[in-house]
Ligand binder design. Structure first.
Ligand code: SF4
Ligand code: SF4
Length: 300
């Protein structure tokens, strides 16, 4: 096992044993051009034959135009709508109470109007995927494209992957019990097609391709936005030195990750397993030594 097998930069497909794999594939989701049309959600549902999350009841959640709520077993793309009101025209009176600044609040660049942030979320196809590490049946596997796919036909429904995912992506389907999530359209990739969501997106907010090329494109886009005065633009999930070794699906955001419901500093939940096993083995050895000592001492 290499030093980086559970944490740090690596190329996941060769590391998983694929001989001569193609360049790693992924998504770059540029939320600055998302118009919230939800074509990605619909295309994903259609191609993957996903059922309705709420048995077709068409409930409205009261969360702006978001009627899906979150990623789930039957929602592999989720378009979040975040309504950000314009800051108050005048400073609030100080009442002697402790104050805190909301994520993304930037006094130097005060907006003057309400804005919507829209972002199409998806499985991150992590470089270090805890869901895959903990699956006892081999239902989750790393593809030759470097993506993470779940095979529902050999999932036993134990749910280990659900609690292991640092992003809360993978989910068990109600009434079915098995775990489901985005496959980055593995079946389409095998046929030299692009994922359904990227094909359907009318604004190219969702871009699919070789991950290295996408990273360069994303860096140029951030530079362009900064040059145009959008100082808040930043990338999320692109850094291979982060806690999950970087994501195969990364994002350009216009505010801090928490605003979009993303963890600011995700860490692969299996990172500390070797150290934990070492400590457990040490504790076991110490207990065995103490038992032997007590037994030998008792016979004297
Ligand atoms: S985001 Fe969660 S479900 Fe997706 S690959 Fe990473 S750990 Fe697995
Ligand atoms: S299809 Fe593209 S523009 Fe429409 S909601 Fe999805 S990401 Fe946004």
């Amino acid at each position: 096992m290499s030093r980086n097998s559970l944490f740090g930069p690596l190329d996941p497909a060769p590391d998983a044993g694929h001989a001569d794999p193609p360049p790693r594939k992924g998504f770059f989701t540029d939320t600055s051009v998302c118009i919230g049309c939800k074509a990605c959600e619909v295309a994903c549902k259609e191609w993957n034959l996903l059922p309705a999350d709420d048995a077709g009841s068409m409930n409205l959640l009261g969360l702006s135009y978001d009627n899906t709520g979150a990623l789930g077993a039957s929602s592999w793309r989720h378009v979040a709508f975040i309504e950000q009101p314009a800051p108050a025209a005048r400073e609030p009176e100080f009442l002697g109470m402790p104050t805190s600044t909301l994520p993304g609040a930037s006094p130097e660049h005060q907006r003057t109007e309400l804005r919507w942030l829209m972002s199409s979320d998806v499985c991150k196809h992590c470089t270090h995927a805890a869901c895959l590490d903990v699956c006892p049946t081999g239902s989750l596997f790393r593809t030759e494209f470097g993506t993470v796919v779940v095979q529902e036909d050999i999932c036993n429904g134990c749910g280990y992957c659900v609690s292991a995912c640092p992003y809360g992506v993978i989910d068990r389907r109600e009434g079915d019990g098995r775990a489901w999530k985005c496959t980055l359209c593995y079946d389409r990739l095998k046929g030299d097609l692009q994922p359904a969501c990227a094909t359907a997106c009318p604004t190219q907010s969702i871009q699919f391709g070789d991950l290295d090329e996408l990273r360069e494109r994303a860096a140029r886009r951030v530079d362009d936005l900064h040059g145009a005065g959008v100082a808040e633009a930043r990338l999320y999930g692109h850094d291979e030195d982060d806690g999950v070794g970087g994501d195969g699906a990364f994002f350009l955001l216009l505010d801090e990750p928490e605003v979009y419901g993303l963890p600011p500093d995700p860490v692969v939940t299996t990172r500390d397993l070797p150290a934990m096993w070492r400590r457990a083995a040490l504790a076991g050895a110490a207990m065995a030594a103490a038992t032997v000592a007590a037994f030998v001492g008792g016979r004297r």
